[in-house]
Design a protein around this ligand. Structure first.
Ligand SMILES: [Zn+2]
Ligand SMILES: [Zn+2]
Length: 836
């Protein structure tokens, strides 16, 4: 965590002007209503009771510990000046392990003081050894800048902390390499800048005592697998210079952090998980927006809708047996996810509900933070809340603002300050706040839509509650199978451990390019192959066969003049730039995987509330030319997906049901788009597109059923495609319950007969080359996963299927065909046969 840790690290309130201690926070206004009273008033507003469950999370007293004897007096004094009277027990425990040379991960709650746990041993070492250095890695530049501020504020002689990232002026870089002893950077800079330039960094790396990896739970999936190898490359360079740094990792609360940290670093890591910081009690309510009356089908699209988001078509049914594909490419940053523009609203939108709740809490004088998943959603919530407040009391709307990633640091600081001092009472934010900003101790937190993992949910809810005072947290369910399931299954939130961070360093699509980078830095030796782990030898052989490496008696050498080009975060191709043709202005970028859906010629593209139409998508140059235009239609791309099984890794033969894990090739092509009237949803026309097909070799989980078992369960053969398709959508929606993924990380395909399985089949695959571990997780928990899927569908109050159960916001087939009752029958057959 970051600077907010200081506030949590003090047992008694102090008067540091920058602190978030209760004494400072409550100076601006009196205590709000008790959470139970507040909740009672909120739920009494509408007709029915939207609250499905209330959980009391008890307060926890802090357990302080004495400063460790090895921490120099100078350092203790510096922390004391910053308001830390005494550390908490978990901080001392982790710090001492690290000081004694153990690799350690501290995995505790929001604002529990994780930064002290690594600052203490790192800074004590820098003070004791005037030559030692520390490398700090954060997932974002903003977090590194926050941490720099915290370390600099300690004013320790000779430490000279400095950020070294893409924004660092050339002129300062050499000074930092030579003189800074506490360098703060990110994995991308380590990968692109520091490791390739290791010769210039030799002095720093030779003396490296600690590597700090902050927010290490963010290194998951394919990105996490890349970072794992960047860290192995770092360890290799350090070893060449004779250094063996100690790794200290900080993680949000997560399942089995020692294993995840061990996979990330390749080292044995000890976990400290007992949180000894104090916490106020929280009343946590699960909130399901009410169903709209049946005649409201013509409700105009929600103001949050994003035309251009792929989906939707009810007019052209695919021929029976045709596969229904659901593409897995992530939406562009800033595009709303899951705020459906074309699916009939069955429940009141979570955004509107959250906006109303925000207005109500602010009207009560309660300092409230609302988390919204998309940038646009955050703006919509803030705008709606402001409007309702101004209607009630003119001027009151000024006390609500929106906040999102991408703001300048000064703007962020100003918003934080205003909220902490009570000038602002309500803030609607994207989850940018999760990444280390000084906002804790709020009276209420509203969470609009399940954030994808219990770990994130607790991080967000952790912003509520000052010590000694009760706070309120509300999870507002979106129209989504997972959200619906969760608000009706509180045990899945409150009774389950937080997820483990999933990454797979053995992914050969990551391993081979990383080994190429390593070889370009220094020839690979057989010992290095041990360092890079399972599959390294095979990957090196592939690189030799491909002509990228040459084997000599002394090792494997990179053969090219240029360095290999590897992007840690790049998936599905390089990002595509969106350029306004008239001015040449760069509006933004869309990741390569989404570009065919969002930027095809004729697509309506929204950017910061302004509507553009795409003239041309130049795939060779990676740019789309657009012009400003606000047509009264939206565009919806459609694709066709083909999938073939490459190999089966593992399977369960369960009579009429088969469950499989294996490698597949997925080919998808965006073939056409529809134009639809925004006001009515009426289809104007369908236009063909001429875009190339794209291939993905990845890992999938799939199940097959015998046609006889389906017939026996009462599924008519004509309904099999709709049954499988509906089951597939819901299964994708529920997978984040089992794996640390987002439904946008996963794709699916269902078919009444598949050429490779020769049976009715539902495939769910990782949307990342080589797989990311999600399908594997689904396979490992198949019966629990499909049980939850079945229950989510069966328990949804709709009649024929809705976004809360079987409709998908990213369906490549326009949510057609779908059969909700038959999907339940399909899953019942699977569950009846599959062993637990
Ligand atoms: Zn439903
Ligand atoms: Zn679909």
């Amino acid at each position: 965590m970051t600077t907010n840790d200081f506030s949590a690290a003090r047992p008694t309130p102090r008067h540091d002007p920058e602190s978030l201690s209760p004494a400072t926070v409550s100076a601006g206004h009196g205590p709000g209503p008790a959470p139970a009273d507040l909740l009672r008033r909120l739920r009494a507003r509408g007709a029915g009771d939207p609250v499905t469950h209330v959980e009391r999370v008890p307060a926890r007293a802090g357990v302080p510990a004495p400063w460790p004897s090895w921490a120099p007096a100078e350092l203790q004094a510096a922390f004391t000046r910053r308001g830390v009277v005494a550390p908490w027990q978990h901080q001392v425990q982790a710090a001492t392990l690290a000081y004694e040379g153990d690799h350690v991960v501290v995995a505790t709650g929001t604002a529990s003081g994780k930064s002290l746990a690594y600052q203490l041993p790192a800074l004590a070492t820098l003070l004791a050894d005037p030559r030692a250095t520390v490398l700090y890695l954060a997932p974002t530049k903003a977090l590194a800048a926050d941490q720099l501020r915290a370390v600099a504020a300690l004013e320790l002689e000779g430490v000279r902390p400095a950020c070294y990232d893409g924004d660092t002026p050339r002129a300062e870089r050499e000074w930092i390499r030579r003189h800074s002893r506490f360098v703060l950077t990110n994995p991308d800079m380590l990968h692109h800048g520091i490791l390739p330039g290791h010769a210039q960094w030799s002095g720093f790396l030779r003396r490296l005592a600690y590597v700090v990896i902050d927010e290490c739970h963010t290194y998951r999936g394919v990105f996490g697998s890349h970072v794992a190898h960047v860290l192995r490359r770092l360890r290799r360079q350090c070893a060449r210079f004779g250094a063996t740094p100690v790794f200290v990792l900080a993680s949000a609360t997560s399942g089995d952090p020692a294993t995840a940290a061990g996979r990330l670093t390749g080292l044995p890591v000890t976990a400290v998980t007992e949180d000894a910081s104090p916490r106020g009690g929280v009343t946590f309510a699960l909130w399901e927006p009410p169903l709209l009356p049946p005649d409201s089908g013509a409700t105009p699209p929600d103001s949050s809708s994003v035309p251009g988001q792929a989906t939707g078509d009810r007019s052209s049914a695919p021929a029976p047996g045709q596969a229904s594909g659901d593409h897995s490419s992530a939406p562009a940053p800033g595009q709303a996810t899951g705020d459906h523009d074309d699916l009939r609203q069955v429940r009141r939108s979570a955004l509107r509900e959250t906006a109303d709740l925000l207005a109500d809490t602010v009207a009560e004088g309660v300092r409230t933070l609302a988390f919204v998943r998309s940038r646009k959603g955050a703006e919509v919530v803030a705008a709606n809340a402001r409007r309702s407040l101004d209607d009630a009391v003119p001027g009151l709307g000024d006390r609500v603002a929106a906040y999102r990633g991408g703001y300048l640091r000064e703007e962020r600081r100003e918003l934080e300050r205003a909220l902490l001092h009570g000038d602002l009472l309500g803030l609607a934010s994207t989850n940018a706040l999760e990444l280390g900003v000084d906002l804790v101790g709020l009276d209420a937190v509203l969470i609009c839509g399940y954030p994808g993992t219990r770990a994130s949910l607790w991080q967000q809810a952790g912003r509520a509650g000052r010590s000694g005072q009760e706070a309120l947290a509300v999870l507002v369910a979106r129209d989504d199978p997972l959200d619906t399931y969760l608000v009706h299954h509180p045990e899945a939130i409150f009774g389950a451990p937080v997820e483990a961070t999933v990454l797979d360093p053995a992914n050969r699509y990551v391993l081979a390019p990383q080994l190429a980078c390593a070889a370009a830095e220094a020839p690979l030796t057989p010992a290095d192959l041990v360092l890079f782990g399972d599959g390294a030898k095979e990957a090196v052989d592939e690189l030799v066969a491909a002509g990228a490496l040459r084997q000599r008696p002394t090792g494997w050498y990179w053969r090219h003049r240029e360095r290999p080009e590897v992007d840690l975060r790049g998936e599905g191709g390089a990002p595509v730039c969106v350029v306004e043709s008239a001015t040449g202005r760069l509006l933004g970028t869309v990741d390569g995987g989404s570009s065919h859906f969002l930027l095809h010629p004729g697509a309506v593209y929204l950017h910061q509330g302004v509507s553009y139409v795409v003239d041309e998508l130049d795939l060779a140059d990676g740019c789309a030319l657009v012009h400003v235009e606000e047509p009264d239609w939206s565009t919806h791309a459609r694709d066709v997906t083909d999938l073939s099984v490459v190999s089966v890794r593992s399977y369960v033969d369960a009579g009429p049901v088969g469950m499989f894990l294996g490698e597949v090739d997925v080919t998808s092509q965006v073939v056409s788009y529809q134009r639809r009237r925004i006001a009515t949803g009426e289809v104007i026309d369908t236009r063909p597109l001429d875009l190339p097909a794209r291939e993905l070799r990845t890992v999938a989980v799939w199940f097959t059923l015998s046609p006889q078992s389906l017939a026996l369960a009462g599924v008519q053969s004509a309904d099999v495609p709709g049954a499988l398709h509906a089951a597939e959508h819901a299964a994708i929606g529920l997978l984040p319950l089992m794996a640390t993924c987002d439904r946008w990380d996963i794709g699916g395909l269902s078919t009444a007969v598949h050429a490779d399985t020769e049976a009715p089949t539902v495939f769910v695959y990782d949307g990342h080359p080589g797989g990311a571990g999600f399908a594997e997780r689904a396979y490992g928990t198949a019966s629990a996963w499909l049980r939850a899927t079945r229950d989510a569908i069966a328990e949804c109050g709709c009649e024929t299927g809705c976004p809360s159960c079987v409709q998908s916001p990213k369906c490549g087939n326009g949510n057609n065909p779908l059969s909700k009752p038959d999907a339940i029958r399909v899953l019942d057959v699977v569950l009846a046969n599959l062993p637990e």
